[in-house]
Ligand binder design. Sequence first.
Ligand code: SF4
Ligand code: SF4
Length: 96
Amino acid sequence: MREMTYLPGVRTLTYDASRCNGCRTCTLVCPQSVFTMEGRQARVHNRDRCMECGACARNCEQQALTVQPGVGCAAYVIQTWIKGKDAACCGDIGCC
Ligand code: SF4
Ligand code: SF4
């Protein structure tokens, strides 16, 4: 299985640790294993794996997470497999 890294340095995912109540929901809903738990708080374990699906933010009842969901993310990952990282661009397919 190839590494499911989206865009290095993606910045739309934000996490406010002061709001986190340790419910673990983000670790359960994230398809990319971006979060881990550290005691009773979530931690952003690997930000570059985030594909901006929005599931964490939608399911965090504490509003500790925000992200701007994009639909080109999965297509971008697949394009990097086929075309290579420099040639891939989600703008090519007009999705976002
Ligand atoms: S879903 Fe929100 S409140 Fe729950 S562990 Fe994750 S960041 Fe914390
Ligand atoms: S937006 Fe999706 S992929 Fe990114 S951290 Fe949240 S659940 Fe995981």
